[in-house]
Write a new protein. Structure first.
Length: 302
């Protein structure tokens, strides 16, 4: 199947319908004016102590597709109020989550129809701090964690995806420091072995981002971190590429990060209502996620 050869870049003023169209056609879109450099710097300052802690421990991760040198910060919404309330809770991103992930179904109870809506959940929020010397990831789909299955399609159909990701860089990202590689249009492919040409670059583009920009992508889009082969500055010890990644899933799928164990109740009580609900502190209608047969948010007010 032929694929687009670029990622669309849009500004907020162009309206949500254009963002929806871009995602349906390409699988990903860059928000040029997602935030500003000052807000990024504040988020970086909130997360940096946790990154430095791993550096001091010389800790890396070897989980799935992550390379051993990559440092991570989990429970990210607790580490950074800025990332929680300004990036993850961003109205445009959340509106896109509702469009692509909310489920509306009508069923029958006796002779009466009942329509229920299941709203999205946070699946994972994590920071990646990638140093020079990190090889490229293999191209992959992130919805593999949910065992998602795909049928090749010529156009996008509602409820095709179970994940919607948001990537916010803590610095400028470009090919030389391993900007994420993506394959626009691959969200419409089936589950057959993908072919990226003899050198693995066919249809692949670099999602290069400046501070203040963000990348939104469907969970079915093939992508992977690029190669960050060598330092670009003389400050080798401090140089890295930091990216904040947040994925939302449908309200009927299991979250990748177990929110009820990752975020203590007393902490969640301080969050905005939207974030509380996205962490699972509201029942998915009609009857998923209750405590004592009640939607669980009452526990936040005890």
């Amino acid at each position: 199947m032929s694929t687009p050869n670029h990622l669309p870049r849009l500004k907020r003023s162009e309206g949500i319908e254009n963002f929806i169209e871009a995602l349906e056609q390409n699988g990903g879109v860059i928000i040029e004016d997602f935030t500003d450099a000052t807000t990024i710097d504040r988020a970086n300052s909130e997360v940096m102590p946790w990154i430095e802690e791993q550096k001091n421990l010389q800790a890396g991760v070897k989980v799935g597709a992550l390379e051993g040198k990559t440092r991570t910060v989990t429970r990210l919404l607790m580490r950074s109020p800025t990332i929680r309330e300004q990036f993850y809770a961003d109205p445009l991103y959340q509106a896109l989550c509702e469009h692509f992930l909310a489920l509306r179904t009508t069923t029958w109870y006796g002779d009466k129809p009942e329509t229920n809506i299941s709203h999205p959940l946070l699946s994972i929020a994590i920071a990646f701090d990638i140093p020079p010397g990190t090889p490229a990831q293999g191209l992959h789909r992130d919805d593999k964690n949910h065992h998602a299955r795909h049928v090749e399609a010529s156009h996008y159909n509602p409820n095709r995806d179970v994940l919607l990701g948001l990537f916010v860089p803590g610095c400028d990202t470009f090919r030389a420091n391993g900007a994420t590689r993506v394959v626009p249009g691959s969200h419409l492919w089936g589950d057959e072995r993908p072919y990226f040409g003899p050198d693995g670059t066919q249809g692949v583009v670099d999602a290069e981002l400046k501070k203040g920009e963000a990348f939104v992508m469907l969970g079915s889009l093939y992508h992977g971190g690029g190669a960050y082969e060598r330092p670009l500055t003389c400050d080798v010890e401090r140089e890295s590429r930091t990216v904040y990644a947040m994925f939302s899933c449908t309200g009927v799928h299991r979250q990748e990060e177990i929110s009820f164990l990752s975020y203590p109740v007393e902490e969640v009580k301080t969050y905005s209502k939207l974030v509380q609900e996205r962490l699972g502190w509201k029942q998915s209608e009609p009857n998923l996620g209750w405590v004592d047969l009640k939607s669980p948010e009452f526990l936040l007010y005890e």
